[in-house]
Design a protein around this ligand. Structure first.
Ligand code: PRT
Ligand code: ZN
Length: 300
């Protein structure tokens, strides 16, 4: 077998909003990479894993067609490409494995601020400019609306000014692009964030073991992102109350304190951020010597 066949290929956006986060995430999983001269492939130095650097639009297809084993891409793109494939009579061949909590945005319908809007029925017999024809048509169908999706590959927000459409359907994050173009958000069709997708093709034993290892590390990286290790001293009498105040923690470790009969040390991993308010509440409940530490790695 060609040795390159044994390597895991992960599709990542080459240049764009998802690129830095995606590469950072893989580096946190322990992957060290060299960029090749053509910069289309990054070769893993310490693991048999290569990154394919491509347009985000191509990532769902590369994973569905088994060119890549995994991909990191926006849910908006995964869903749009799934609908496009379905329309072409091809089944979706990739599955979603993780939500990554970056690249947050929403696919929304927007229209000029001076156009009266009275719910989805106002869209009847209008033209809607979008790059997301699949998702838009799905929305129109589920609301029993007849409207024309006008395909724009970019700069969708200028379509109403050009007289090419009455409404637009595009990604929004802060809303400032809509505002700058005199448009107002009317409906949210999809809430999106970056996700990891995986091929549905059965892999060989060795490759599957490597994919499982990467997925387990990704899970670990995602879990520690918000996690904190908290240490404090507590009066035995306040232990139950202090335990309830620890955010998102399982059973804490309670240790005897040398030379103290009425106080114990409490150590806990909190799977949520620990804010100043929480520390203040713990202190008010009787805790002292509070220490909060970041968690670097975690393996369940
Ligand atoms: O070259 P390539 O095809 O890879 O890149 P691209 O230009 O198609 O993608 P890119 O990098 O812009 O976006 C990649 C992914 O980031 C998207 O598929 C989403 O999953 C996610 N994402 C998150 C966004 C936004 N936020 C976003 N705000 N993608 C695009 N936008 C655009 C939007 O289209 C609009 O033009 O930003 C503008 C609106 O932003 P606000 O902040 O003014 O609302
Ligand atoms: Zn794109």
């Amino acid at each position: 077998m060609d040795p390159s066949e044994q390597r895991i290929k992960i599709a990542v956006q080459k240049t764009g909003r998802l690129t830095d986060h995606s590469i950072d995430l893989l580096e946190r999983c322990g992957l060290k990479m060299t960029k090749s001269k053509d910069q289309l492939i990054c070769y893993g130095e310490n693991m048999p894993i290569d990154l394919l650097l491509v347009r985000d639009d191509d990532i769902p297809g590369l994973v569905s067609e088994d060119v890549c084993d995994l991909g990191i891409v926006g849910l908006n793109m995964v869903e749009e490409k799934r609908l496009n494939r379905e329309a072409d009579g091809q089944p979706a061949q990739c599955k979603r494995v993780f939500q990554l909590d970056f690249g947050h945005c929403r696919l929304s319908l927007a229209g000029p601020e001076d156009t009266p809007y009275d719910g989805p029925k106002s869209l009847e017999n209008t033209r809607i400019a979008t790059s997301y024809v699949g998702l838009l048509n799905q929305y129109l169908k589920s609301n029993n609306i007849t409207a024309e999706a006008v395909y724009f590959s970019g700069a969708v927000e200028i379509a109403p000014k050009l007289g090419r459409a009455e409404y637009i359907c595009d990604l929004v994050s802060t809303g400032s692009t809509l505002k700058a173009n005199g448009l107002v958000e009317k409906e949210v069709l999809l809430e999106s964030e970056a996700v990891v997708i995986q091929t549905q093709k059965p892999l060989g034993e060795e490759k599957q073991a490597l994919v499982d290892k990467i997925l387990q590390r990704l899970d670990g990286v995602l879990q520690v992102r918000e996690s904190k290790y908290i240490m404090l001293h507590a009066p035995k009498s306040a232990l139950a109350q202090i335990r309830d105040l620890l955010p998102g923690s399982e059973a804490p470790t309670v240790l005897a304190l040398d030379g103290s009969d009425d106080k114990v040390a409490v150590h806990a991993v909190c799977r949520e951020n620990v804010f100043w308010e929480t520390l203040e509440n713990l202190k008010a409940a009787g805790a002292s010597s509070l220490l909060v530490l970041p968690v670097e790695k975690m393996l369940a």
